[in-house]
Design a binder for this molecule. Sequence first.
Ligand SMILES: [Zn+2]
Ligand SMILES: [Zn+2]
Length: 326
Amino acid sequence: MSRSDANWCAKFHRLFACHVSNVSENANSKIEFTEASEFGLSVHPLTESPSKAWRKCKKKQKSVKLENFTPGGPVEDDKVRVVCMSDTHCKTSIMPFDVPSGDIFIHAGDFTNSGSLDEVVEFNEWLGTLPHKHKIVIAGNHELSFDPTFTRRLESYDFAALRFDRDQIEKVNNLKNIKQFLTNCDYLEDSMVERFGLKIYGTPWQPEYGGGAFNLPRGRPCLDKWNLIPEGVDILVTHSPPLGHGDHCWPGVRAGCVDLLVTVQERVKPKYHVFGHVHEGYGVTTDGNIIYMNASSCNLRYLPVNRPIVFDIALPNCIAKTLFSK
Ligand SMILES: [Zn+2]
Ligand SMILES: [Zn+2]
């Protein structure tokens, strides 16, 4: 990180700690994204090549890593504490840490390996042990049984092309109404809930990779899903990352969706964007206006080594949290 980046980052931390809702007015660097202005919210011309798209626009973008992001001390009365995880992949019983307490728990998908009934029931039971008042969950590409379009397509699938073995897939293919087993959370799928007056929207779709659930070709099919996200969302939860934030696979290669980045920055403008999917992209970044968090618990080797990401968010119009105690 350059010295000017470090100064900018420190300034951002100060602003953010005090006045969450004023960050975009006070942060000195309004990020211009000329591609978005030039092409509106139509499909980005480099949508098929995320690495190339990032090389083209990165001079005008900031993606600054925020270290020591976890708030210290108890949460203030006019804020709620949000605890975020993703990509736990049936490893919750061997995580080498406790899940911090808070008001809202968010899981951004890939809580199973294949979406089998046993895995979903076990995850639901684990959710039931968490102390958070509200728990919000979306699916990821590993929740095969959650995507009816995936199970319908299976008749014509080339099993060898999938990253899941045939036994796993046949086991989940006969499962019906699997979502009913998630009784200890709000399950979001292109839908929104309002908790403590905060609007939280969740969507499981991701650019095609490995042939799992909720996979879509890059470009128009993905953008059609992003276009469903309403403006005015406070916390956006997607399974996969936008371009440039938590999407670095290895040097020079990015996996994020440029159309999701444009949607988030130019239209939806949430305060926070929570996701996972790219295990090696764990961490918190900002473009100066929005905080992006890749909350993947598992690393590349599917070991659950990354701690939950925690943040405190101000309630709308400084409403006291106790008003929502019923
Ligand atoms: Zn995963
Ligand atoms: Zn995933």
